[in-house]
Design a protein around this ligand. Structure first.
Ligand code: FES
Length: 224
């Protein structure tokens, strides 16, 4: 089994997880399903149905439950199985439960902590309000190489400050960029980026930063 350290890891931008959808992701080699009921916050679960192991991210959302695509078992918020279509009169035992991880939405990013005993604080980027989505990019390099690339990249006069192990802040061009760093596996790292400040209010400026992140990805991957 892949390691599950007590650490908050950004796995997506809020806006990427639509109401009523289930989405796959990998964190440190662990497969997760990131899903949202018709309304409410995002949920992060192990991507495995307790029935026969089908990936829950392949499933669908109906009536506030995540339903497995294979036999349609429905799991309510909290993970308990509440519906078995082949036995509609059966109340499923409470022991049938999806593995639910801690999750939080903050700064416009969905974070999860896969530890069985999560105690670590979320990265502190100040007040939660006012953050705007920029984009997510996936770099075909390990986290250490990506952090090196973040530090050496030309941010237009800004500099990178790590906040905990899983995030970095860059102040540049009249805005603050928050970068959540997602270790995907041994060859891939995700960066989920939001911004706030005067320089983040204009859509064209945000687009320019999205292009710059693409250049960042290219520059890191160009390094051997
Ligand atoms: S494997 Fe999920 S309901 Fe059967």
């Amino acid at each position: 089994m892949a390691e599950r350290p007590d650490r908050w890891i950004g796995v997506a931008l809020d806006r990427q997880i639509k109401p009523g959808s289930s989405n796959p992701a990998i964190v440190g080699g662990n497969a997760i399903a990131v899903w949202r009921a018709e309304k409410g916050p995002a949920n992060v679960w192990e991507d495995r149905c307790p029935h026969r192991g089908m990936r829950l991210s392949f499933g669908f959302v109906r009536d506030g439950m995540l339903r497995c695509i294979y036999h349609g078992w429905g799991y309510e918020l909290g993970g308990h199985c509440a519906s078995i279509p082949a036995h509609p009169d059966l109340a499923p035992p409470k022991t049938i439960c999806a593995n639910v991880y801690r999750s939080e939405e903050r700064y416009g990013i969905i974070w999860t902590n896969l530890s069985e005993s999560p105690n670590a604080p979320l990265p502190d980027a100040g007040p939660d309000q006012g953050w705007q989505s920029i984009r997510s990019v996936y770099v075909a390099r390990q986290v250490a190489a990506v952090k090196g690339g973040l530090a050496s990249f030309d941010w237009g006069g800004g500099r990178v400050e790590e906040i905990g192990e899983g995030a970095a802040l860059v102040n540049a061009g009249g805005l603050s960029l928050l970068i959540a760093i997602q270790p995907v596996d041994e060859s891939k790292t995700g960066l989920h980026v939001v911004a706030k400040g005067e320089g983040a209010k204009d859509a064209k400026a945000r687009l320019a930063w999205a292009s710059r992140l693409e250049r960042l990805r290219g520059s890191i991957e160009a390094q051997s």
